[in-house]
Design a protein around this ligand. Sequence first.
Ligand code: PLP
Length: 366
Amino acid sequence: MTHPLLDLPPLGAARFASIEDRVARLLSTGQDVVIMQGEALLPLEGAIRATAGPGTTALNVVTGPYGQTFGDWLRDCGATVIDLAVPFHTAVTAEQVRAAFAEHPEIDFVSLVHAEAATGNTNPVAEIGEAVRAHGALFYLDAVASIGAEPVLPDAWGVDLCVIGAQKAMGGPAGVSAVSVSGRAWARMAANPRAPRRSYLSLLDWKERWIDGGRKALLHAPAQLEMLALEACVERIEAAGLDAVMARHAAAAAATRAGALALGGGLEPYVHDAAEAAPVATTLRAPSGTVAADLVARALSADPALPLAAGGGALAKEMIRVNHYGPEATPGAVRASLAALGAALGEKGLDVDTEGALRAVEAAWG
Ligand SMILES: *Cc1c(COP(=O)(O)O)cnc(C)c1O
């Protein structure tokens, strides 16, 4: 008996290359795109280990937990790391990045997370990219949580290494990921004796054995199911139109923010300025006297399918995350999330207006 997930023909080099080309079109990039056979942490770590070393001075922007991880990898590579940390309720500005260059002209690498699903903020990459280009540093961007939810334009923004994964706003699989690589980034890797080679982390292996060979022979058997799912998910985005998919995420964020404000009870958007709030996910500050993780647990016990989570680590006390991305970027998911939060707050004796919140969701969705 055949099974839809089993007994598939091998995924060949031509099909693999065509999926890379599709991802390149999604990013509007003429740079090389390498699809890596693992979750996005694989190219995120591989790109840092390939380009950073003891001679590197890195400006590492920290607007959430991933920035902290990148700083750890950079230090592990022997780089000198200047952390530019901003509070999680805001975004970094191009001005802050320019000030860091003025203070440390030796900076030759910048790592930045575009949007943070974990903290709900998004950073102005186009403006920051201008500053980075003017300074001449290599620009590394984690766009895992922004791709599909807002524009991601590595060529227009001068991004040298742009990492994406499909599991957030693209509504796709988590087990493969991609990185666009500029000519400058390839040159930096080739000159780095410590860049991984003959390693699962190696981007240079893909350059030398896949790209330079005309993409005729794969390095190893690809993650076939994940590659097919990635192809299907990009096809689905192309059919709907990337702009429409991004608009759906922007509407979900605006509606969640408006609904939370109308709900009352002391619930507030975690990111103060709406312009700095990520379209991929909306974070809320739990009212004083309540614990975010308790409210989320209460809401999920009523409906375990809701896209709700508490913040990670110390943020579990104060941050509620509404993960309205991919299949959850719908009015229904936003309404159900706010109604469940309203019920949980009401049980705590807080005065909430759930009807008003649902009306605000409708009005904001437009
Ligand atoms: C989700 C995400 C990733 C990928 O990490 P997972 O926790 O494995 O999904 C990487 N970077 C950012 C900014 C993300 O939001």
